[in-house]
Design a protein around this ligand. Structure first.
Ligand code: TXA
Ligand code: MG
Length: 326
């Protein structure tokens, strides 16, 4: 009882502090169910400019706007039938919808990088929801890491990347999903812009039709989603995917029970999920990449991961982590 009460009071105090910092144009890192986000007041262009600077994020890469419920989202963007069906099925939760901006959209233009569309999400994490309620407005929140680096799944990861660059970190423990939200563009035909915490199959079941892929030409303009930036989610170490053996000195990131030739010479070994569970693997992915990086490994070899369910998002992040930097 006592412990519960203390925790509740503590959380109320931190929520109030977070709302105060946001109101004053400050930057607050807080947990969502997917990854930790770095929040700023979505209506405050100066705060958003600070946010881009703190992350070292290019200003052509737009932000996700977080709100408390569908009604708040409808003040910001225009919802068609498909968008409403998806919001109804998956909010609050790890889904982001890209929609046409509404007529009186209160979000600062800087957050959308000059696009006439806007990305919206209703997070499910109780701390995120408390902060949204306490603040009372929309909050832009990219993942709370330095731009291009691995997304944070604990408050310690946030501290490692952003300590001294932001005003407050609210620690809600390790996150649940571990991989960012799925981004669906609700255009003529709904398109998968970034695989994430909700699988393609679950979304297609609600839509009753297959998701489109973004037009290939889209890569020439501003990126539709940072899923489209070749190098992203990147550790320092080189990554070698679909490894069937291990070279001397390589670190191993395994999935399922594996026994590779050369495993006895591994500099470090971590397993995303020994039982081969993709949900568990998603939750462990970014933490394992950070830990293997911190072990000083020059190369991280990764065993194959099936492409179904959350495997699509895991493989997407691994490919971006492996892409040449710069
Ligand atoms: O799970 C998540 O989505 C986390 C948590 C904190 O909510 N946030 C997150 O934000 O992953 P970030 O900034 O790391 O990724 C946002 C993605 C970027 O790839 C950006 O390009 C895309 O959303 N995006 C934002 N607005 C867009 C728009 N109007 N059209 C297309 N893509 C957009
Ligand atoms: Mg990010």
């Amino acid at each position: 009882m006592t412990v519960d009460l203390t925790t509740t009071i503590q959380r109320a105090g931190e929520t109030a502090a977070a709302a105060r910092v946001l109101r004053n144009g400050g930057l607050v890192a807080f947990p969502t169910e997917t990854v930790y986000g770095l929040g700023a007041d979505a209506a405050n262009a100066e705060a958003i400019a600070r946010l881009y600077r703190a992350k070292g994020r290019p200003a052509f890469n737009p932000l996700i706007v977080h709100v408390g419920d569908v009604a708040a989202a409808q003040h910001i963007a225009r919802f068609g039938a498909a968008a409403l069906a998806l919001a109804d099925a998956f909010w609050p939760g790890p889904l982001t919808l890209v929609l046409p901006k509404g007529a009186n959209c209160p979000v600062a233009d800087l957050a959308t990088a000059g696009l006439d569309t806007i990305a919206l999400r209703v997070p499910a994490h109780p701390v995120a929801r408390d902060i949204l309620r306490g603040f009372g407005g929309a909050i832009v929140a990219p993942s709370a890491n330095l731009s291009g680096h691995v997304s944070p799944t604990t408050a310690a990861h946030v501290r490692h990347d952003l300590d001294g660059r932001i005003d407050l970190i609210v620690d809600g423990g390790p996150v649940d999903v571990g991989i960012e939200s799925t981004i669906v563009g609700c255009f003529d035909r709904p398109a998968l812009l970034r695989p994430g915490g909700i699988s393609r199959a679950d979304i297609e079941r609600v839509l009753g039709s297959p998701l489109a892929s973004p037009a290939p030409g889209a890569a020439d303009g501003p990126p539709l989603a940072s899923g489209m930036l070749a190098s992203h989610y990147a550790p320092r170490a080189r990554m070698r995917l679909n490894a069937a053996n291990l070279a001397p000195g390589e670190a191993l990131l395994a999935f399922g029970r594996v026994d590779l030739p050369g495993i006895d010479t591994a500099s470090a070994v971590m397993n995303l999920s020994e039982s081969g569970d993709l949900k568990e693997a998603a939750a462990h992915l970014f933490g394992c990449l950070r830990a293997l990086d911190a072990s000083g490994a020059r190369t991280i070899a990764v065993t194959p991961i099936p492409e179904d369910g959350l495997g699509e998002a895991i493989n997407d992040r691994l490919r971006r982590a492996a892409a040449p930097k710069g």
